[in-house]
Design a binder for this molecule. Structure first.
Ligand code: ADP
Length: 627
């Protein structure tokens, strides 16, 4: 037998004063927390524990009762606690020394109320009350009604009993796991545990053969753990109590339960709330609060002067079933199997509940991003369409413009064609004459035929070039050599220049200039610029009549320069010459340069106009060199 904690109320005065002072201060502080002024004298409460202060399930009842007492008490309280460790032993030694110890502590300064927690403490209090506290009210709480010695109850006693219903507890197992074939009952070997084993056996008799019951009461806890880890399917474990196992080893029951839970391959059931929440599946059970609220009500009543005999409670049965969601998941128990009115606790919040804000944020970011991406894709498609469309429009416009340009070339083309055709005619006539001779000079005739062929090729070339320029083709991008392309355009317009008595010279650079684009459209630009240059010279009247076209490489750009010796542009017109419909010519359309600039920009190039210091205009085209 041993006493745990406890200051003697009598004894060293200084210690007592200090104890009281501390108790009053602590109580006052606690009371302050609920803003309840403490008044009156100190009330002394003696709490007797059954197995130890930390032994479940009683430890949880005691904790709740003390907390509630302190919360509700209008008086400062001094709660002293003692534990009867002998309840664990099969052969307890003599209790007398412990009784005497308590007697010496409390004689002359009786507690105002004694609270016994659990059956062994209840029995001890009843047995020794005459010696220890004959007139002190006794509250027997957290005790099963079968364990109360009713014959020994006095008017000074209040019983807050519970009623175990093992049939309900076992039916719960069959309700939630209907395939259960056997239930292994875990229970220790102390006198109290032995009592309960017999009670369970007796109560469950009516269940008959429905479920096989296996008793672990004669096993060491170590052996119990081993067996629990290898249970056959359709077995459940029923947790009774484990204070002392068959090997005589003492256990803190909640620690033992946790070890069992860690290894067991079957679900564990119990009917006590203190075991619920860590390891057991759940079912109908005793709730701590139901016992604790009645106990505290009785204690406060008694401390306030109520007669214990006037306080009467029926034994408290199981509360509505409660289940641990995590255990239901673990053992695959569907919630549809739970009896109506059941409460499921410890649900783990799902990902949505746990990370709702994060998920919403990420989804929002995704949505915005998806919106942006689809917006950009849509925009890109629209731009592509627009580009293709504008190129087609440009090609059509350029084609129309080409007709008007070529119209201006009619004289030169006619001249170009007339010349070879005229030569062919003359040569053919000469050949005829030669053939009429008796001995025709074959060599000369051969020479004439060669000339005819050359002239024919010249005429064909003119027609080919013309067709190439007038061909209606969509804007197509290819790699071409700029010097040759410019040269061909000059070939077309050369005769016009000759007809106008203008010297048209071409100075291509000696290096190849490969650019990307549509060569026909570029030729059109060159033709436009040359015709404009020739127009400017014609307008200027007398003076030098020269148009010079040159190409060169400037960095990674190809450059075409077209200069003339005309009158140049008025300073105010310089900025406007590329505007559509800007013209200073009576018959002009003002579209030539506008189209030229559009074509050059479609080739990612630039075109600019300037006046030369010596007079005349300079047009510069720059195009990126193809890599
Ligand atoms: P159009 O030839 O039908 O007038 P353009 O767009 O080809 O249309 O030319 C616009 C105007 O730019 C011309 O009317 C002229 O005033 C000016 N211009 C173009 N080239 C030259 C040049 N080489 N010298 C002087 N002015 C020019």
């Amino acid at each position: 037998m041993s006493s745990v904690s406890g200051r003697p109320w009598p004894g060293a005065a200084a210690l007592l004063c200090l104890g009281l002072f501390v108790a009053v201060c602590l109580s006052a502080e606690r009371a302050g927390a609920v803003e309840r002024p403490l008044r009156g004298e100190l009330k002394r409460v003696l709490v007797l524990h059954s197995f130890g202060r930390e032994f479940r399930p009683w430890s949880e009842y005691a904790r709740d009762i003390k907390a509630e007492l302190e919360r509700q008490s209008p008086w400062p309280l001094d709660i002293q606690e003692h534990a009867l460790l002998t309840a664990r032993f099969n052969n307890p030694g003599p209790e007398a020394p412990f009784v005497e110890y308590l007697h010496s502590l409390y004689q002359g300064a009786m507690p105002d109320v004694v609270l016994s927690i659990g059956a062994p403490a209840a029995r001890f209090a009843q047995r020794y009350r005459a010696r220890l506290f004959p007139n002190t009210p006794l509250i027997l709480t957290a005790v099963e009604h079968r364990l109360i010695d009713r014959a020994d109850l006095r008017d000074n006693d209040v019983v807050v009993a519970i009623r175990n219903d093992f049939v309900a507890a076992f039916e719960n197992i069959q309700q939630v796991l209907p395939d259960t074939k056997s239930v292994a009952v875990v229970i220790g070997a102390s006198p109290l545990e032995k009592f309960w084993m017999e009670e369970v056996k007796r109560e469950l008799k009516p269940l008959g053969e429905r479920v096989e019951l296996v008793w672990y009461s004669d096993l060491s806890f170590e052996e119990i753990l081993k067996r629990a880890s290898k249970l056959p399917p359709h077995t459940a474990l029923f947790w009774g109590l484990m204070s002392v196992d068959a090997a005589g080893v003492v256990h803190e029951s909640d620690i033992a339960l946790r070890s069992l839970h860690a290894v067991a391959n079957a679900p564990i059931f119990s009917y006590q709330e203190p075991f619920f929440g860590d390891s057991t599946v759940g079912g109908p059970m005793h709730l701590i609060s139901e016992t604790s609220s009645r106990t505290v009500k009785a204690a406060i009543g008694i401390l306030g002067g109520a007669k214990p005999v006037s306080i009467n409670y029926e034994p408290i049965g199981f509360a509505a079933p409660r289940y641990d969601w995590r255990e239901l998941q673990r053992w695959g128990i569907s919630e549809s199997r739970l009896p109506p009115g059941s409460e499921v606790l410890f649900r783990e919040p799902n990902i949505w509940v746990r990370y709702r804000w994060q998920i919403l944020m990420v989804s929002a970011v995704f949505l915005v991003q998806a919106g942006l991406i689809s917006g950009l894709l849509h925009e890109r498609r629209r731009r592509r369409f627009a580009e293709v469309e504008s190129r087609q429009r440009l090609a059509e416009l350029a084609h129309v413009n080409r007709f008007s340009t070529v119209g201006e070339l009619t004289t030169s083309i006619a001249h170009e064609l007339n010349q070879p055709l005229g030569s062919i005619l003359t040569n053919a006539e000469t050949a005829e004459l030669l053939l009429k001779a008796k001995s025709p000079d074959i060599d000369e005739i051969r020479q004439i035929l060669a000339d005819i062929r050359r002239d024919d090729q010249r005429a064909s070339e003119v027609i080919r070039r013309l067709r190439a320029v007038l061909k209606k083709t969509p804007f197509e991008v290819k790699d071409f050599e700029l010097n040759d392309t410019v040269g061909e355009a000059i070939g077309l317009v050369k005769a016009v220049a000759g007809g106008r008595r203008i010297a048209l010279s071409y100075m291509p650079t000696l290096v190849d200039l490969h650019v990307k684009g549509d060569p026909v459209q570029l030729q059109q630009v060159i033709l436009n610029l040359i015709i404009n240059a020739m127009d400017a010279i014609s307008d200027a009247g007398i003076g030098k009549r020269e148009v010079t076209v040159s190409t060169q490489r400037a960095g990674n750009q190809a450059e075409i320069r077209i200069t003339d010796t005309g009158s140049g542009m008025a300073a105010s017109d310089l900025a406007k010459v590329f505007d559509p419909f800007f013209t200073t010519k009576p018959q002009g359309m003002g579209m030539g340069l506008a189209i030229a600039r559009t074509i050059i920009e479609a080739h990612h190039g630039t075109i600019s106009a300037a006046n030369l210091p010596a007079g005349g205009a300079l047009f510069t085209i720059r195009l990126p060199i193809a890599s």
